[in-house]
Write a new protein. Structure first.
Length: 507
């Protein structure tokens, strides 16, 4: 972004259009000269660099363009104080010496500097050169390594100019070929939004500070930052309502206006609130059959769509098949925004949908009526309450899965764990409790054909080291050594830290 005083826009016809460089050859030459000017002044004080840029402004047809290009380039420049003596110490010593001498003439000044030099054990000329070396205009350009050439600098200028034009926007209306990334950025920047269906597709409407309590420049800068993510999508268009010093104007942009010059986006998706981040972290630490998904697919809600904050996918035992429960966290919103959200819930398509509702909103009962359930919270969402709600779905899912299982199952594998079998069937292990397995024995939590167990047992002898017995059982896929040895009529006699020995149960 640029400073607001560097904004260049056209208001012809009542519009509000940035004055882009586009492919202007003269502008590219000007950009190259700005970059060259910085290179030429490495080692020079900043005042000389500024003087050279001022000369360049006088030659150009638009001084704001030069200043804007220089503003972007200066971010890549490093200025440092270079002085023989620490400037603060030099000033203190010189002023104290000057007070003692009573500086009126140039000779008095030289006498005071000599006294300060004696105190600092420095040359008087070094003291004089250091007095104001830390002032911005005297700092020296010590490093300049721009990330852009002249062509990319022009692209960055156009992008920054467009972003600056959004500082005073009150509403954005965006169409993008990558709506999910757009919504992720909107949420991360904590902007209020809704999604509308139009004749041309879906449109994301991002409301500005007038939808809150008062205008805020910080909101405008968030609009500006969002533009970078918008411009990274392959196809997009943006229309903004801008408050131009009390006059409402319309700004229109599209993918043909600005591009992002070869850099990664700065708005990667995280969480739009600490409440969501805290909940996701705590839920993710649990070992459940429910997998947390961030920002799942949009849901139809009449002429609009809803993108929930999360979804829970029930994958018992890591099964490929799943059941999805959508989850929204309703935090602090304006009354108008809450009403819009409730209206979306009323029109929501038939899906499993849970909502955690901030108790301060006072809409828990309404949400309860419109969705599958409202989970009240204050400050943080209690994971236990959410898990309890998911358990209700899980019980029904387990019962339905168990009802669809046959009474008798004959797995093809000679050895298979109940967990793997449940995963293959898309059910939980508990759903297998009433199923009969006529061709297998249940060894611990593993189904084993008797012939396989007998074959392994034939290689195990009394007095064998436990580690050797474990190796034999592992070869055929049996991990539960204790249960397998017990089924074969053995137990383990432990010999302290030296390990165990296989012995018959009768001994």
């Amino acid at each position: 972004m640029l400073r607001k005083d560097l904004l260049r826009v056209s208001r012809v016809g009542g519009g509000y259009q940035p004055k882009f460089i586009d492919d202007d050859e003269c502008a590219r030459e000007l950009a190259a000269r700005v970059i060259e000017t910085y290179h030429e002044h490495i080692g020079e004080p900043q005042r000389r660099l500024k003087a050279a840029l001022t000369d360049l402004e006088r030659e150009a047809t638009d001084f704001k363009l030069v200043r804007g290009l220089a503003y972007l380039v200066e971010r890549e420049a490093v200025f440092e104080t270079r002085a023989p003596v620490d400037p603060e110490r030099a000033r203190r010593a010189a002023f104290e010496a000057g007070e003692a001498v009573g500086v009126i003439t140039e000779r008095d000044r030289e006498q005071a500097l000599a006294a300060a030099g004696d105190r600092l054990d420095a040359n008087p000329d070094d003291v004089a050169a250091s007095l104001f070396a830390d002032r911005e205009q005297n700092q020296r350009l010590v490093q300049f390594d721009p990330r852009w050439g002249s062509a990319d600098l022009c692209k960055q200028y156009d992008l920054s100019l467009a972003a600056t034009a959004l500082f005073d926007a009150t509403e954005l209306r965006v169409r993008s070929s990558d709506p999910k990334t757009l919504i992720s950025a909107v949420k991360r920047l904590r902007l209020l939004y809704e999604i509308r269906r139009t004749g041309e597709g879906r449109e994301v409407v991002i409301t500005g500070p007038d939808a809150l309590f008062r205008r805020s420049r910080r909101y405008g800068t968030r609009f500006a930052r969002l533009l970078r993510t918008v411009a990274l999508s392959g196809s997009w268009s943006l229309e903004a309502t801008v408050d131009d010093r009390g006059t409402e104007r319309t700004l229109q942009l599209s993918d043909g206006d600005v591009t992002v010059p070869g850099t990664e986006p700065v708005t990667e998706m995280t969480f739009d609130s600490t409440v969501e981040a805290d909940f996701a972290a705590r839920f993710g630490s649990l070992e459940l059959d429910w997998q947390l998904v961030r920002e799942p697919e949009p849901l139809a809600a009449g002429e609009h769509v809803v993108i929930p904050d999360f979804a829970f996918d029930w994958r018992p035992g890591g099964a490929d098949t799943s059941f999805r429960v959508f989850f929204e966290i309703m935090g602090f919103w304006t009354p108008e925004y809450v009403e819009k959200k409730l209206s979306r819930f009323r029109e929501l398509e038939d899906v499993a949908f849970l909502v955690a509702v901030d108790e301060s909103l006072g809409v828990g009962e309404t949400v309860e009526e419109l969705t599958d359930g409202a989970i009240p919270y204050s400050e943080t969402v209690r994971v236990k309450n959410v898990v309890d709600a998911l358990r209700e779905y899980e019980r029904e899912l387990v019962a339905n899965a168990a009802a669809q299982l046959p009474e008798v199952l004959v797995p093809e594998a000679d050895v298979v764990t109940l967990a793997d079998l449940a995963s293959d069937r898309g059910v939980s292990e508990s759903a297998l409790a009433d199923v009969s397995f006529p061709e297998h024995n249940l060894i611990g939590r593993t189904l084993v054909r008797p012939a396989v167990l007998e074959q392994a047992g034939g290689r195990i002898e009394s007095g064998m080291a436990l580690s050797d017995a474990e190796a034999i059982l592992n070869e055929v896929g049996i991990d539960d050594t204790s249960a397998a040895l017990s089924a074969l009529g053995y137990r383990v006699a432990w010999e302290g830290l030296a390990g165990g020995t296989v012995t018959p149960k009768t001994e």
